[in-house]
Design a protein around this ligand. Structure first.
Ligand SMILES: Cc1cc2nc3c(=O)[nH]c(=O)nc-3n(C[C@H](O)[C@H](O)[C@H](O)COP(=O)(O)O)c2cc1C
Ligand code: SF4
Length: 655
């Protein structure tokens, strides 16, 4: 075991259960349970992470009673979920990890709350639960917990965060009751304490019982950190709770903080775990929140800020994180980028969880650890283009034993990702490029930088298979899906592409208009970058708001917070003409026309043109030809990198 880890790989006793190390995966909904019934896909998903060395896996929020949920949660209340959950627990156990399961009562999201209160998720108003209904909820916890015992789980976690029912009772904002369930902090805790007690009755002394506890709602009038410490003390003193998994903020109001993207510091919720640990004597505390580096995790433990670290997205991105850290192979850990796009971002569109950097998420059975087969016929593979798609194809093909050469016309590998990482707060995007580069270094891939490949060059190299991964470039002419036409006047010298601005090929003047028809981060990032240089920047889009393609409650709040007051946002507006320094703009609804004067530079962020010229030139000229990444489908919005990596990975397996 690597010397740098004195704590991370030491076992932890959680009540009656001993976990093999301090690395946890916190509950996270996957949508791998159609109609609320856990599928094999779910079992393989969690088993992969157990195989990769995680100590504790807490299965995602499973709902305790019937009723509408925002997405189809696993129905722990329904005994038909037991076989599927048992398969999860068995497969996790097979690989030596401990398996807990989270139970969720959804409160106001289901139309019934601590008090009559509007719900931001559903935009409906929940009515106040009667005492009989609360008692039934407590019973539901008991019945669901019994099902988890039958499924062979090692522990049960009550979700009292993320706006789940118990958090709503704990919170003075949600809970306005005047009976035994409301009023003072102690009385507001009654529902949680009754639920704890009821679950303990069902699970007995041999299973662990924990609470995922929101200890600081970070919203005026909500639970404060001092309240959170008091709640933690009360829970510990019940003698029925074996651990606390500490969380902060309020969902959906502050969801961008709970599952925070790359704009937020690593370990941003550790302060709360440390504050709770400070006031507890007996039970362990789990910390979470953008902990992605095992050395950071080790430091949190060494500093006594927590007893265990949840590294959730980090292990979505690399299920082998624990084993790699243990073996001292830190540079081999594929980093979570904190982009949120393919995991929780996809979830919020109703699609199952995936990952920007890990193509195996959700298909572990087929693409997971140990599934890569050596190529039956070893080929000479030529990959043209060293962006993430080219690199991932090269990596997988080389792992399968092909003889791979990769040519990149720039002097560095990474392609568009390198540029994207120059935008303010986005440097972590580069993580996937640097990881792939490191992996290619370890493999026998013959890398040529600064060399452009023509069809004649391909002929001379005589490859068995050619992969064209030549990427895409932003339209120079403002072509976009909205108008299907170029913008008149795009040829002018004061019109630039994002690449030209980011590479310094063109320098923006003082007054800049960014025409953004992608709704993604590039226009917004450029606006911040230029505003920070003292430029006067306006973003014009025909969308109803700037950044319309961003994950609304995860990415948008952070990005907006960075530019508010610095950048002018002009939605509902299309630029139809650029005439020297004057832009003609129309309102896309009223068709009212106006002029924007004295514009020094116009930056067109309207979409990307795939560069498939080499592919076209090679058609019929080489034995095997493939097109991948942006050169195949140029995605200028969310999911772009993830789709490129997934397609490239599949191609690497197919050659
Ligand atoms: C896709 C996804 C789904 C999540 N669903 C849940 C959930 O069901 N229950 C829960 O307590 N937390 C949920 N979370 C929050 C995580 O448990 C965790 O607190 C959060 O991702 C921050 O930790 P990390 O930075 O290590 O990923 C979810 C997170 C993600 C990314
Ligand atoms: S999608 Fe992005 S944020 Fe989510 S786990 Fe993967 S790399 Fe991390």
């Amino acid at each position: 075991m690597a010397d740098q880890f004195q704590y991370l790989f030491s076992p932890l006793k959680i009540g009656p259960v001993t976990v093999r190390n301090r690395i946890a995966i916190a509950p996270h909904s996957t949508l791998f349970a159609p109609r609320g019934m856990p599928s094999d896909r779910l079992a393989f998903y969690y088993a992969e992470r157990a195989k990769g060395g995680a100590g504790l896996i807490t299965v995602e929020a499973c709902i305790t009673g019937p009723g509408p949920a925002r997405w189809p949660l696993i129905k722990a209340y329904d005994e038909r979920s037991i076989p599927g959950l048992r398969k999860v627990a068995d497969m996790v156990h097979e690989h030596g990890a401990t398996c807990f399961c989270e139970l969720i009562n959804i409160g106001v999201w289901g139309g019934l709350g601590a008090s009559m209160m509007p719900d931001l998720w559903t935009r409906s108003t929940a009515r106040e639960a009667t005492v009989a209904e609360i008692e039934e909820w407590v019973e539901q916890y008991g019945r669901s917990a019994r099902h988890l015992v039958e499924a062979g789980m090692d522990g049960v976690e009550i979700h009292a965060s993320h706006g789940a029912g118990p958090q709503q009772f704990n919170s003075p904002l949600y809970n306005k009751r005047t009976d035994k369930y409301g009023g003072s902090l102690e009385k507001r805790l009654t529902f949680l304490l009754e639920s704890v007690h009821r679950i303990r009755q069902e699970i007995g002394p041999t299973l662990a019982l924990g609470v995922r506890l929101d200890v600081d709602e970070m919203i005026p009038g909500g639970v404060t950190l001092e309240d959170g410490q008091e709640i933690a003390r009360i829970l510990e003193n019940t003698g029925e709770v074996d651990y606390l998994s500490v969380d902060t903020a309020m969902e959906p109001h502050q969801q961008h903080f709970m599952t925070a993207p790359m704009y937020v510091a690593h370990g941003h919720m550790v302060f709360a775990a440390a504050a709770v640990k400070d006031v507890l004597d007996k039970i362990p505390v789990i910390a979470a929140g953008r902990i992605i580096d095992p050395l950071h995790a080790e430091k949190i433990l060494a500093d006594g800020q927590a007893d265990m670290v949840a590294m959730t997205r980090a292990q979505i991105a690399d299920p082998e994180l624990a084993n790699k850290a243990r073996a001292g192979r830190l540079e081999d850990i594929r980093p979570c980028l904190g982009d949120n796009e393919n995991c929780i971002g996809r979830l919020q569109t109703g699609a199952p969880v995936a990952c920007t950097v890990n193509p195996a998420v959700g298909v572990e059975r087929f693409l997971g650890l140990g599934t890569l087969q050596p190529a039956t016929a070893k080929k000479k593979v030529l990959v043209v283009g060293g962006g993430v798609a080219g690199m991932e194809t090269a990596r997988v093909a080389a792992l399968r034993g092909h003889q791979v050469a990769l040519y990149e016309k720039a002097e560095t590998l990474g392609g568009q990702v390198n540029l994207a990482s120059r935008l303010p707060g986005r440097s972590e995007v580069e993580g996937i490029a640097r990881w792939l580069e490191g992996q290619l270094d370890q493999l026998d891939v013959d890398i040529h930088l600064g060399e452009e490949v023509t069809a004649d060059k391909v002929d001379s190299l005589k490859p068995d298979a050619v992969v064209v991964a030549t990427g895409a470039a932003y339209f120079r002419n403002g072509l976009c899906g909205q108008t299907l036409s170029p913008i008149e006047g795009w040829e002018q010298e004061n019109v630039a592409t994002p690449e030209e601005i980011l590479t310094g090929a063109k320098i923006a003047g003082q007054r800049v208009v960014i025409v953004d028809e992608t709704g993604y981060l590039v226009g917004l990032g450029l606006s911040e970058w230029l505003a920070d240089q003292g430029k006067e920047v306006e973003i014009v889009t025909s969308d109803p708001f700037v950044g319309s393609a961003l994950v609304p409650n995860l990415q948008l709040p952070w990005v907006y917070a960075r530019i508010m007051g610095k950048v002018t946002l002009t939605p509902h507006t299309r630029i139809t003409q650029i005439a020297d320094q004057t832009l003609t703009a129309i309102n896309v609804h009223s068709y009212e026309e106006r002029q924007i004067e004295d514009v020094d530079t116009v930056i067109l962020v309207t979409g990307k043109a795939p560069d498939d010229s080499l592919f076209r030139a090679l058609e019929g000229r080489v034995p095997e030809l493939h097109l991948v990444g942006d050169a195949n489908i140029a995605i200028s919005s969310v999911f772009g990198i993830g789709d490129a990596v997934r397609n490239a990975h599949q191609l690497g397996r197919q050659i």
